[in-house]
Design a protein around this ligand. Structure first.
Ligand SMILES: Cc1cc2nc3c(=O)[nH]c(=O)nc-3n(C[C@H](O)[C@H](O)[C@H](O)COP(=O)(O)OP(=O)(O)OC[C@H]3O[C@@H](n4cnc5c(N)ncnc54)[C@H](O)[C@@H]3O)c2cc1C
Length: 397
């Protein structure tokens, strides 16, 4: 009997277990998770669950019984402490042998020095603790990234005073650039958030923070939301190749042929983008594990989906597809003031690198088609909502 072991019972681990069974694997399958809860999705922790708008059960990847029903040995509250690739074994209180291993250990919040007793957001208990602070004075959020802003929106909607502290010129600047980051800055300012940009925190106290320029900011609760780091310690200690995540090929295979990695920790070769990509996105943790499962079963496998993520804040819903770390231009189609538009990031050859639809729906597929065509576009036609997206290619090119 073969044994496959999955380390990390988050969305990626649960989806990998599901994919292995769906793809015909009928051997022993053990899924280790160090949380006490069965695998769940994290996006609701900063949105509907945090706002009390959806019950906990909706966040579960599968009902708890699903694992036993599918012959999956789900071992919760069990941390895998070591990996020995040469011996095909892991340590989790006991030594467990494997034939193939999948690492799906996800990410952990980044910390500031001395912030251990403060709020962070990764797990259900974190979301519950943040919610308990709503309505009790001022919540100060350090970090204007996705999680910080989503919590700010939820807190404002619960009637809480909120201050957001961001080091850069606008929130989300590294994720979507200054042009679109400003859209989110305006959104939060309109909803009464005390948004302070170009500030950095010099000291943290339980009652607040002191900025580098000496300004004190009082807080009744303090959330540190300055990003996440991939949980690569296990892989690193085992001698696997690690560099901004666990290095894997397009089939999600690590530097050890019997060890695979998926989800937030995988820094994977991307066949379309032509380089390695590591994304901390729900859709990646949802879809990528099926490729890892296929590869573990010896089938040809390659993950080539474009990065995709979404957010919901107040009455703004958006989806982003593609990747535009370096871009030459941003083109908007639609009404920015009404926050109903699509933004496109173009490279120097006027090819679409990424698109973000804000309160405009059912356009992700045509945006993906534009990106994958690599066709130069005419920016004027791209900006014109009357020109269908499949007709924006630069006809003079
Ligand atoms: C609050 C919040 C909101 C988010 N919202 C969005 C969103 O709106 N859109 C979007 O695209 N993405 C969002 N994300 C990101 C998305 O949730 C992650 O990309 C996704 O959870 C990654 O899944 P994963 O399975 O790789 O990792 P995780 O979900 O982190 O799961 C990994 C699991 O492995 C466990 N583990 C780690 N090490 C060990 C070990 N040694 N032994 C046993 N278990 C271990 C961890 O405790 C964890 O339970 C959000 C994330 C958070 C925290």
């Amino acid at each position: 009997m073969t044994t496959f072991v999955i380390v990390g019972a988050g969305l990626a681990g649960a989806k990998a277990a599901q994919a292995l069974r769906e793809q015909g694997y009928d051997g022993e399958l053990i899924l280790f998770g160090d949380e006490q809860l069965p695998p769940y999705e994290r996006p609701p922790l900063s949105k509907s669950y945090l706002m009390g708008a959806s019950p906990w059960e909706e966040a579960l990847v599968h009902p708890e019984m699903w694992y036993a029903d599918h012959g999956i040995d789900l071992r919760l509250g069990t941390r895998v402490s070591a990996l020995h690739p040469d011996e095909h074994a892991i340590e989790a209180g006991e030594r467990v042998r494997y034939d193939k291993l999948l690492l799906a250990t996800g990410s952990s919040p980044r910390h500031l020095r001395g912030d251990d007793a403060l709020l962070h957001l990764r797990r259900r208990g974190d979301s519950d603790a943040i919610k308990a602070a709503f309505g009790h004075g001022r919540l100060v959020v350090v970090g204007g990234g996705w999680i910080g802003l989503e919590v700010a929106a939820a807190a404002r909607q619960a009637g809480t005073e909120v201050t957001v502290l961001e080091t850069l010129d606008v929130p989300l600047q590294t994720a979507i650039g200054p042009e679109l980051g400003q859209v989110f800055a305006d959104l939060h300012l309109e909803h009464g958030v005390d948004l302070r940009t170009r500030v950095s925190v010099a000291e943290l106290y339980s009652e607040g923070v002191r900025l580098r320029d000496g300004t004190p900011i009082d807080a009744d609760a303090l959330l540190i939301a300055i990003g996440a780091r991939p949980n690569t310690d296990l892989a690193e200690a085992a001698g696997l190749a690690v560099d901004n995540g666990v290095l894997v090929d397009a089939a999600l295979r690590t530097s050890d042929p019997d060890v695979y990695a998926t989800g937030d920790i995988a820094n994977a070769e991307h066949p379309f983008l032509g380089r390695r990509v590591r994304v901390e996105h729900w859709a990646n943790a949802l879809n990528q594990p099926a490729t890892a499962a296929a590869a573990m079963l010896g089938k040809p496998a390659s993950y080539a989906e474009l990065p995709y993520f979404y957010t919901d804040q107040y009455d703004l819903g958006m989806e982003y597809v593609g990747l535009a770390q370096d871009y030459a231009d941003v083109v908007l189609r639609g009404d920015r003031a009404a926050r109903e538009f699509i933004a496109f990031w173009l490279d120097g050859d006027q090819r679409v690198l990424a698109g973000m639809n804000v309160n405009v729906w059912d356009v992700v597929e045509p945006i993906k088609a534009l990106i994958t065509s690599r066709a130069p576009v005419d920016p004027k036609r791209l900006a014109d909502p009357d020109v269908p997206l499949d007709q924006v290619a630069d006809i003079s090119a």
